[in-house]
Design a protein around this ligand. Structure first.
Ligand SMILES: Nc1ncnc2c1ncn2[C@@H]1O[C@H](COP(=O)(O)OP(=O)(O)OP(=O)(O)O)[C@@H](O)[C@H]1O
Ligand SMILES: [Mg+2]
Length: 275
C-alpha cells in the first residue's frame, strides 16, 4: 500500500538521515503581529515517542498544524520520511503516512463508532470514484476489508464490539478520545500526532491512555509525537521532551534533564509551583 516515492535515505539503513522520520528546520509562524513559533528546529527519530510541552499559548498546536499541513510555515522547512512537505496540503501530508488527533475532539458525532473509523481508512483506499459509483466487486471487497480493519482497531483501543454501533456522541469522553485514536490509526500511519490526548481525563484514564501510547509503539511500530500540557503525563512515556514557551524552543532533552532545567522550571513548572 506504499504509494509515495521511494526514499533513497531509507536504503541507507540506520546510518545517516534515515534515522529521522521527521525534520523541521527553523520553522516560524506569524499571525499578523504575533509570532506563534519562532525558528524551531525539531526532529523525530523513527519509532520514538517524543513530546512537546509548554504553557497555554506556547505555540504547541500551531507547530502541530504546520507539521500536518494545516498551516504553511511563514518560513523554515519540514520534511517527512525524506519528502519535503513544506506548504503541502493536509491530505497530501496524511497520504505520506501521518495521522493526528485534535485537542478538541473532532468526531462525526452523529455517526457510529465504526463508521468514524471507516472514514479514517479512506485516505488509504485505492478504489477509484467509478468503482465507488458502480459498486464493482473490487470496491465491495475493499469495503469489507475496511470494516474488518475498523473492528480490529476498535478492539485495539479498548472499545468493545458492542460500542461499534453506538453514535459517537453517546460515548463517554474517554471513549471518544480512544475512538479518535482508532480513526487516526485507520490510515496505517507511520507517524501519529496526538494533541493533548489526555485532556479532560481523570488520573485513571490518563494512566491508561499513556500506557496505551507505549503499547501502540510496540505493537504497531509507530512513531509518536504527543503534545501535553501536564509534564507529569509525558514523563513516563516519552524518551525526549521539547519545551516551548512564547513560541520558542527553550529546552529539549530526556525527561530527567527537563525536570531539572532551571529555565523550564521558571517558564513552566514555576507557574504551577507558585500557584
Ligand atoms: N489561527 C490563528 N490566528 C491568530 N492567532 C493564532 C491562531 N492560532 C493560534 N494563534 C495564537 O498563537 C499562539 C499559540 O497558540 P497555540 O494554540 O499554538 O498554543 P498552545 O501551546 O497549543 O496552547 P494550549 O496549551 O492552550 O493548547 C496563541 O497566542 C494563539 O492565540
Ligand atoms: Mg494547543
Amino acid at each position: 500500500m506504499e504509494t509515495h516515492a521511494i526514499d533513497p535515505q531509507a536504503m541507507m539503513g540506520d546510518e545517516g538521515g534515515a534515522r529521522l522520520l521527521l525534520e523541521a528546520h527553523k520553522v516560524t509562524k506569524q499571525f499578523e503581529g504575533l509570532t506563534a513559533n519562532r525558528d524551531i528546529d525539531f526532529d523525530i527519530p523513527r519509532n520514538a515517542i517524543v513530546a512537546i510541552i509548554g504553557p497555554n499559548g506556547a505555540g504547541k498546536t500551531t507547530f502541530f498544524n504546520q507539521l500536518t499541513g494545516i498551516y504553511a510555515p511563514t518560513s523554515g522547512s519540514i520534511s517527512f520520511d525524506g519528502v519535503d512537505i513544506t506548504g503541502m496540503q493536509p491530505h497530501e501530508v496524511a497520504e505520506l503516512g501521518t495521522a493526528r488527533t485534535y485537542q478538541n475532539i473532532r468526531l462525526f458525532q452523529n455517526m457510529t463508532a465504526i463508521a468514524n473509523v471507516q472514514v479514517g481508512r479512506h485516505v488509504r483506499m485505492r478504489g477509484q470514484w467509478f468503482h465507488a459509483i458502480f459498486g464493482t466487486p473490487s470496491i465491495r471487497r475493499e469495503e469489507e476489508e475496511v470494516l474488518q480493519r475498523a473492528r480490529e482497531l476498535l478492539e485495539l483501543v479498548g472499545l468493545r464490539r458492542r460500542t461499534e454501533n453506538e453514535l459517537a456522541k453517546n460515548l463517554s469522553y474517554g471513549d471518544q478520545r480512544r475512538l479518535e485514536v482508532a480513526r487516526a490509526l485507520a490510515s496505517d500511519p507511520k507517524l501519529l500526532l496526538l494533541d493533548e490526548p489526555t485532556a479532560g481525563m481523570n488520573p485513571g484514564e490518563t494512566r491508561q491512555m499513556t500506557d496505551f501510547i507505549g503499547r501502540l509503539r510496540r505493537e504497531l511500530r509507530l512513531t509518536i509525537l504527543l503534545i501535553e500540557h501536564d509534564m507529569k503525563v509525558v514523563m513516563g512515556v516519552s524518551e525526549r521532551i521539547t519545551v516551548l514557551d512564547y513560541g520558542e524552543k527553550i529546552a529539549e532533552g530526556e525527561p530527567a534533564e527537563i525536570r531539572a532545567n532551571p529555565r523550564v522550571i521558571e517558564a513552566y513548572l514555576g507557574k504551577q509551583a507558585t500557584a
